[in-house]
Design a protein around this ligand. Sequence first.
Ligand SMILES: *Cc1c(COP(=O)(O)O)cnc(C)c1O
Length: 386
Amino acid sequence: MGPDLRAPLWPDSASRPLGHPIQPSVVYVAADPDAWDAQYEGRTQGQSYAREGHPNAQVLARRLDALEGATGGLVVGSGMAAVTAGVMGVVRAGDHVLGGTQLYGRSLRLLSEDLPRFGVETSTFDPTDAESLRAALKPTTRAVLVEVVSNPTLRVADMAAIAEVAQEVGCLLIVDNTFTTPRAVQAFALGADIVVHSITKMLAGHSDVTLGYVAARDPALRTRIESFAITLGLTASPFDCWLAERGLATFALRYDQAERNAARIADLLAETPGVTRVLYPGRADHPDRVRAAALLQGRFGTMVTFDVDGGREAANALARRPGMPPLAPTLGDVATTLSHPASSSHRALTPAARAALGISEGTFRMSVGIEDTGPLLDRLARAFGA
Ligand SMILES: *Cc1c(COP(=O)(O)O)cnc(C)c1O
């Protein structure tokens, strides 16, 4: 007789592991068909098949629920999976969806290229201007998708007015809280119906997982989003969830340190010769400083955007300077990184469209890390002075 490849050998233990184990098993074993009935009918709790949910995704989702003040949020395979589930899970052909003009590039593509293929009409509005939202509304508007602070120009959305308009006309407010994180913004308290995150960024924090999170206030929407995500197979990897749970344990500490560093770097850059513009929502020269102060309550974030003169040539030279942070098109890493929107996140736009958003060849966005403040500032001061 051959070996039993699936004999249950996992050691029993009266004590439990302090850290959650990684559970990569795709499928689960029940004692008999009645036991499956009991589980599928909700009389017992359990797992069945990993695409429909697994313990590591559940653990991470409960942790994020606690941060967002949500119930029953869902962890999915990427931030874009979360955006897709949050938007496409709640609309149907004939609906109209509005998005902020400065949404994450792929979210804008979902609106401009994919939703229309399914008969969903889309358009954009300026989230810093509530009148622009009113003007863009249609009787069929079903959902409004916004980010509280935009990338890379760090414009601050008029959330109070947007939430008021959404409520007034009865459409869903979907907030992508990736940039601001629950440390700065409690999106449900601001009136969001659905909150999405790219966990990939600051929440996991180490640039080694790709994950997303979506939560809805209304249980009926929650069920629709979850069912749609399972059908699409937006499943998160157990290993990624496990890494993200570990990263999340230090999220608040990392956020606070990165934010302290960001404020100092913004002030340093503002005094650096050759830097022609600095954008940081906590600075007195930020275009949305009043709204930022009211909305963000001192949590001005971990991103700093700045411009240098001299076009692509100057941008190349700056990126190559010794001591400059690595030029890497993401954000939220433990280390300070630099992004150049014209060649990465915003390369699909024409120069004119970039200019309309306030992005030139000389625009850089720094995602500030958790390095010791003094040495980091010294290094940057030397790099910019060189
Ligand atoms: C990165 C990002 C996303 C997409 O997240 P992925 O995990 O890369 O799919 C969505 N929204 C915002 C604001 C982001 O920064």
